[in-house]
Design a protein around this ligand. Structure first.
Ligand code: HEM
Length: 380
């Protein structure tokens, strides 16, 4: 008994010592820009509740990310903090069907219609040169745009400077995120983005200390996939969004999956960009199709804690649109440059699809600030 107590005390001391030693979590002081709470998203959607210290945590996370990007890309254009490696931006049509159930007919899904869309497929890792055959998370970001024949049914909550208004849907090939508490995310990013070698060495201890066991398992699982083709992969929004407005609004999550999934065969290849090659090959001769679906929250499923999946048995996904990607040559210099210069942001959303939960609220100021940095440094 005495022995166990001693061991526990020893372990605690060792962990505390390591945390102290790590000492130098990045705080981004030189880039810290406070957020005016009056401009911060109001937590008034279904299931929403502002967390203590959340607004400042968002400002800190933006400053920490900014500091790392300034170090990584000192004299060259800054790239995206997350998902910097694209497999390509492809033109698509986002068609809302006429069979959408009445309860889901809000915002973009209110009426049938075919919209223009641009989809950016990517790897998650912060290293834009990481080979595709290394385990990673994979992203699919859909930008739905209006046209004179089919205008967007409303004005988005935010529009990137210099860009067309759009409804963006941002997804990853894993259903859950790694943190619920904004302050925990600040700790995680502070350690992860620290330039200190000691801190980097201690990351395997510091990550679970900052985001707990469930968050750590999710973080590992979300970044451990190998895929054969981004067009043959399923994606989830991980975090929730509002559907509808006012008293009838509900919380939903999104998912997109191939209309006709093929068995996944991971190629044995030394081509570090084989995912782009797979898309080029498929779209040179034919198209691709994905189903876009929403899952309506039921019971006590959490809006603020995206570490837990909403059960598909209790809350099944329902299709609201089809994404058709026609045959095309997308791998051209101008299209790749436009892809790099684009901005996808969960707040590029119609009011009926307002982003929900602390992670999404934080993302608004962070995505805007990092996109601003990318625009400012694009010419260097
Ligand atoms: C507080 C949490 C998060 C932070 C701080 C964060 C940060 C960022 C930043 C700074 C960018 C680059 C934006 C730009 O420069 O235009 C980005 C891109 C991205 N993020 Fe997040 N993110 C968070 C949560 C999430 C979640 C929950 C998802 C789940 C779907 C996600 C998926 C993506 C994807 C797919 C991209 C690339 C979008 C594109 O293709 O342009 N992020 N993230």
């Amino acid at each position: 008994m005495q022995m166990t107590k001693r061991l526990k005390e020893g372990l605690c001391l060792a962990v505390a010592g390591m945390a102290l030693l790590s000492g130098c979590a990045e705080r981004g002081d030189a880039y810290y820009r406070p957020i005016d709470p009056a401009t911060y998203p109001v937590a008034n959607g279904p299931g929403e509740k502002l967390a203590p210290g959340e607004v400042d945590a968002a400002a800190r996370v933006a400053a920490i990310i900014y500091a790392r990007l300034e170090r990584m890309y000192a004299n060259v254009p800054v790239r995206r903090d997350a998902h910097p490696k694209p497999h390509g931006c492809v033109a698509a049509t986002f068609t809302v069907g006429d069979g959408v159930p009445a309860s889901l007919r809000h915002g973009l899904f209110a009426n049938p219609g075919a919209y223009r869309a641009v989809i950016r497929y990517s790897n998650s890792n912060e290293n834009p040169n990481r080979p595709d055959y290394d385990k990673d998370g994979r992203g699919m970001a859909v930008k739905v745009l209006g046209s004179s024949e089919q205008p967007l049914p409303g004005t988005p909550l935010a529009v990137a400077p210099g860009a067309e208004p759009s409804q963006d849907f941002i997804m990853i090939n894993f259903p859950t995120f790694l943190v619920a508490e904004p302050k925990d995310y600040e700790k995680l990013v502070g350690y992860n983005d620290s330039p200190s070698k000691v801190t980097q060495w201690l990351l395997p201890v510091l990550v679970p200390l900052s985001i707990g066991l469930k968050g750590t398992i999710n973080a590992v699982d979300a970044t451990s996939s190998l895929i054969d083709n981004p067009l043959n992969t399923r994606y989830w929004s991980m975090v929730p969004y509002q559907l509808g407005s006012g008293a009838d609004a509900v919380a939903v999550k999104y998912s997109a999956m191939p209309c006709e999934p093929k068995p996944v065969v991971i190629p044995k290849t030394k081509d570090s960009n084989y995912l782009r090659a797979a898309m080029v090959e498929q779209l040179a001769t034919g198209g691709a199709c994905m189903r876009f679906m929403v899952q309506v929250r039921t019971g006590d499923m959490s809006v603020e804690d995206p570490r837990y999946e909403w059960s598909e048995t209790e809350a099944p996904f329902q299709e609201v649109a089809r994404i058709e990607i026609p045959k095309q040559d997308f791998n051209t210099e101008p299209q790749n440059a436009a892809c790099e210069a684009s901005s996808y942001n969960p707040w590029h959303a119609l009011p009926d699809h307002k982003p929900l939960g602390g992670v999404n609220r934080m993302r608004k100021a962070i995505y805007e600030r990092i996109f601003e940095l990318r625009r400012e440094t694009a010419g260097r």
